[in-house]
Design a binder for this molecule. Sequence first.
Ligand code: LAN
Length: 733
Amino acid sequence: MSVTATTWAPLDLPASGKLPFTDYTRWRLRCSPYGDHTWHYLPPSASPEPQPECDRYWLGLEEAQRTAPTLPPAATPLDAARNGYRYFERLQVADGHWPGEYGGPMFLIPGLVIGSYVTGAGFKTEERMEMVRYLFNHQNEDGGWGIHIEGPSTVFGTALNYCAARLLGLKPDHPVALRARACLHKLGGATGIPSWGKFWLSILNVYDWDGNHPVPTELWLLPDWVPIHPHRWWIHTRNVYIPMGYLYGVRFKAEETDLVLALREELYTQNYYSIDWPAQRSYVNPVDLYTPHTMVLEGLYKILDTYESCPFPPLRRAGIRRAYELCVLEDENTDCQNLGPVNKMMNHIVRFHADGPESEAFKKHCDRRADFMWMGQEGMMMCGTNGSQLWDIAFTAQALIETGLGAEPEFRASLVKALEWLDICQIRENPKHHQSAYRQATKGAWPFSTRTQGYTVSDCTGEGLKAVLYIQEHLRDAPKLISERRLCDAVDIMLDLQNSDGGFASYELIRAPQAMEYINPAEVFGNIMTEFNYPECTTSVITALAIFRKHYPHYRKGDIQTVITKAVEYLHKCQRPEGPWFGSWGICFTYATQFALESLSLVGETYSTSAAARRACDFLVSKQRSDGGWGESYKASLRLLAWVEHEQTQVTQTNWAVMALMYAQYPHPEPIERGVRLVMSRQRPDGSWPQEAIEGVFNKNVAISYPNFKFSFSIWMLGRAQRYLDELKAGKV
Ligand code: LAN
């Protein structure tokens, strides 16, 4: 493979991305037996095969053409839940799971495109066209792009996506390019791009490596016990800095093609060749700054910059070799799919550089790019992970059981298929390279997406286990596909993940002091250096263990009790004084509070018995809007601020708030009834709900979409509400 004119040739593109650039009836989603998805464009020669409903839904064809059947109007919340599931079931694929798009962040397509361009890994023309279209559709009014689809324009978003669009074939005089350049220049040009942007531009050879602070791989040569050793960093951060260190160490850069030379002209307000590069290292445009460099980091950089001017070659070589070894271990553990989309594209370049374009590893990397590329109605995006398969199926399965819908003959088969997928998704072994790659155990865990990706996540294991227990224990004659031993393996995984203060973090135990945040070099993210405890992760584990012990009361009884007690203590400690819990992965207080009240209810704490539950409910009720719903903005996550209202009421947050009240056995029906009415009023005649605002967040500053939530949580809430309101009226609560 090489950078050929045919692969990257300029495209003639319409002025706007409103209408598809390709024939949408030709796109097909294919799934591996493990639920890994890839989209394919059928060549004109292919015999036309019918397009499955799932594909049509995600491509927006169903909505555009209104082809879904109209359902009998819902008279009760349970009818509405049933209609919702009738719609959602059509989106389940043959292996039992629900595929879904997982877009939102706007710094992922650039990594994909730059990493592919510099290694000569091509795209199909249709993929290029639809990626550009996605960029067109997410361009802000002012011509720029933000760090995520709802964010204001930043240098990071604008410079990187501008480069991506140009590499994909956008001509420099196209109106979209003109507007983007105008915005970038108004922001002062690309010099002030944050450090991860400096890195990608340097790879593309349109920013000098001298404009970057060092990324020393030598740190990996320190003994493991050193408190700041990189194996102690948060897994996403260390997995990004490993290949980044390698590529910095070898100063990898693209060939100086005409396009590269043109970009050097287009990205800056001054002459590229006159830029004082070292002066840019610590310069980040204020519009981009989320975590400014601390004095500690600046001090550290002074030392590193000095070392960099005369590095000790054998040490540098050993550091680079070590980084390469770690990339190989990660590739072998995940079949080159890797932990996430950022390190995936960096490893792709490392393997190209070290192993060559003909190597098996590089070829595998090229193929695996497709796992992150998703076709949506606005074009083709790069997802935050290779999907959210386990996460979505776990909530849907629990919703079906708790509402009783799963037991209705019409839906039973769908639920059994979901169980089959949960069975396939559970990780059976520890990683191939376990200790040597500093990995947490995985045997018995459920990952966030698929088994191929294969990373333990505390709350995914919790939700996966709950879903399996619900189906196997509550669905009459359900096949017991997952043995007791395997359920116990999942429990072991969770018990080993508790931190000393009782909380649970995301992928691993907290391995380093949290003061490491002082040396966070990525100015656009917060809380990324180490693991932190999260109420959401903690509550999922408490809930899963509490449900597990009801069915298996003897397994590690004492350990489970101790872990739950300490976790509940942690949960009490991190409740905000006003009543809610702060969510780090969903927006925001409604999200975390529903998980918290679910787990408190399982240890007997409800509105009438617990002051904590009462405070939480009163807080939520105080935020209910006059239309009966709730709505929070992603902005609440930015600065640990208090509640931030969204301009519109949101179905998903209304679901979370009502679920929270029901978990706590809130004694008054009105707020629940009003929430139910709001969610029912937003349901369409075909049973679906339209997409509203973005639902998730990460690293404080980035929003991410969970489009299946509008189905799983609406069905769950409405079905439960029916029973809850009946019980409340009958005086049974
Ligand atoms: C996710 C998505 C899921 C999420 C939950 C399971 C919801 C959470 O409770 C634990 C953390 C986890 C697994 C999580 C961690 C960070 C991820 C992987 C993401 C938000 C999806 C994308 C994000 C990842 C870091 C994106 C790549 C960007 C970098 C800055 C490396």
